[in-house]
Unconditional design. Structure first.
Length: 138
């Protein structure tokens, strides 16, 4: 049996884990109450009926989404994440995990990650941060 060696094509070792990225996003959203009202631009007046529908600008869409999340007292989302690993002989393995994120303002976050390689939970209650690894029971 041939031993598989990983090629440097995977970003898994070079960047923080996906859980930490989602955690950072959740913490930023929790602190979003300090954002200024200048970030949201007034909507443009509706175009005439004869004109073609305008394509929304990506920046405006992002600002609207941020404003919606900023106004929400609580929200949650689920994500399915896959990671392809390519080895030197060209063989590929794909790993996946499901991510569930729950945010309750002003100070609560829970993240559950369960899958092929990850089985962790992250909790923040406004005072304490806990990262629990179910696989290793710590």
């Amino acid at each position: 049996m041939t031993k598989l060696h990983r090629r440097d094509l995977s970003t898994r070792g070079r960047f923080p884990g996906v859980i930490w990225l989602i955690t950072l996003i959740a913490l930023v959203l929790l602190s979003a109450s300090g954002w200024s009202a200048e970030e949201t631009k007034p909507a443009a007046p509706p175009a005439a009926k004869t004109a073609a529908p305008a394509t929304p600008q990506p920046e405006e869409v992002l600002q609207q989404a941020c404003a919606f999340l900023k106004a929400a007292k609580q929200f949650s989302f689920k994500a399915e994440i896959t990671d392809d690993r390519v080895y030197t002989e060209g063989k590929k393995l794909q790993f996946a995990f499901d991510l569930e994120v729950y945010v309750q303002r002003p100070d609560k976050v829970r993240i559950n990650a369960a899958g092929d390689l990850e089985n962790k939970q992250f909790f923040y209650d406004g005072k304490t941060i806990t990262l629990y690894d179910k696989t290793h029971n710590h």
